[in-house]
Design a protein around this ligand. Structure first.
Ligand SMILES: [Zn+2]
Length: 393
């Protein structure tokens, strides 16, 4: 089997949190895990070596983008996605369903698949469930995602049901062609905000015996409460012995909530995108490094962080580079934010092992310091990992 999943520990206080281990042909992923997003094969501004050093055990890439450019044939001829990108660890590729559905009027869907125009050059393209699965196998990825239909939010029940019926038919077809020689195929639960539809989807997908299951159709603009409800209904209904992946959800408080529901894998562009905007996560709150108050601040971004940035440069230096628009600024900021997320996941795993996850989650739900929020993209979440010295007491 190219994918093996074992559960090493569960929340000692009766919670559903799981400490697991997902073994692939390219390495082991300790779960719960965060998967940095390298849409085109690289996390923006970060080398494969740096990603490894930050503690990432898996990278996420996107089939839609790779199929458009450079094309599956080229990736295959150059030895597959691992050889092509230089990232030696496990790779998950998203099927691109979400990107295709985001094209809106530029695509048409029928029972066979989806036809759309490339966002790069306008050329007509078609994705079918069989091809999407086959392309991911040809690139040699460790975890492939089935082609699904991700309904928008909000969507009427009728629309959500029709999307689910099409997704289920596509799930059967993808499962039918999957060879499973180099990696595993994950099914994707849809159903929008309708609990019975989510439960039905989880049960129907479970019968198809996928290698793992994803909760899709979240992070599409819905309020946090609806997103959390979808996770609460769906996660416990998925097969317990397979990994569970919550797609595109990445605020630390959402991760804590989903881990408590038994979710194992996460991805989000948030740490990297925020870094490019000069918004940095620290254990004391979110820092907006452009603020004038950091001009002469000699402290590291986060004194408790072991990343190469915090060990070497000051807030003042990063402030200076950011204000000057220097190329190094987003690179350093991304390295720090990624390390923050990966350390956060390591803390979660340790807390589950120690039986203290419930305490960690509730302790973390306090309002921390940091700079006040500003603008829709700069939402400052109130939840942060707890400084190590507080936790060990
Ligand atoms: Zn750091």
């Amino acid at each position: 089997m190219p994918l093996e999943f074992e559960i090493l520990a569960t929340g000692a206080t009766g919670g559903m949190a799981r400490r697991g281990r997902l073994t692939t042909l390219h390495g082991v992923i300790e779960t719960p895990a965060f998967m940095p997003v390298g849409t085109l094969g690289a996390v923006k501004g970060v080398t494969p070596q740096e990603l490894e050093a930050a503690g990432a055990s898996i990278m996420l890439s996107n089939l839609y983008h790779l199929a458009l450019r450079p094309g599956i044939d080229i990736v295959e001829r150059l030895g597959g996605l691992h050889a092509f990108t230089g990232w030696r660890g496990p790779i998950l590729t998203d099927s691109g369903g979400f990107q295709v559905w985001s094209l809106g009027g530029l695509r048409t869907v029928d029972a066979g698949g989806v036809t759309f125009r490339s966002h790069l050059d306008g050329s007509a393209l078609r994705f079918t469930p069989e091809e999407v699965a086959g392309w991911q196998e040809r690139m040699g990825v460790d975890i492939a995602m089935m082609l699904d239909e991700c309904p928008p939010w909000p969507v009427e029940r009728r629309g959500a049901e029709a999307a689910w019926e099409r997704t289920l038919a596509w799930a059967r077809r993808a499962r039918g062609v999957w060879k499973g020689e180099g990696g595993g195929l994950f099914g994707i639960v849809q159903g929008s905000v309708y609990p019975d539809l989510r439960l039905r989807a989880a049960a129907e997908l479970g019968e198809l015996d996928f290698d793992g299951y994803a909760i899709g159709g979240v992070s599409v603009g819905e309020p946090a409460g609806e997103r959390r409800s979808a996770v609460e209904w769906t996660a416990p209904a998925l097969p317990a012995d397979k990994p569970r992946y919550l797609m595109g959800v990445g605020y630390p408080e959402d991760i804590l909530h989903a881990v408590a529901q038994g979710v194992d894998l996460f991805d989000c562009v948030l740490p990297a995108r925020n870094a490019r905007h000069g918004v940095l996560f620290t254990r004391e709150g979110v820092i907006k490094i452009k603020n004038a108050k950091y001009r002469e601040d000699e402290r590291p971004l986060d004194p408790a962080c072991g990343c190469p940035v915090c060990r070497r440069v000051s807030r003042a230096f990063l402030h200076h580079l950011t204000r000057a628009g220097e190329l190094t600024a987003p690179v350093l900021a991304t390295l720090h934010n990624l390390r923050f997320y990966l350390d956060f996941m390591a803390d979660i795993r340790q807390a589950i092992e120690l039986g203290t996850f419930t305490e960690m989650a509730s302790l973390a739900c306090r309002t921390a310091g940091g700079d006040p929020p500003e603008g829709p993209d700069m939402r400052v979440h109130p939840v942060l990992p707890i400084p190590r010295e507080q936790r060990s007491s």
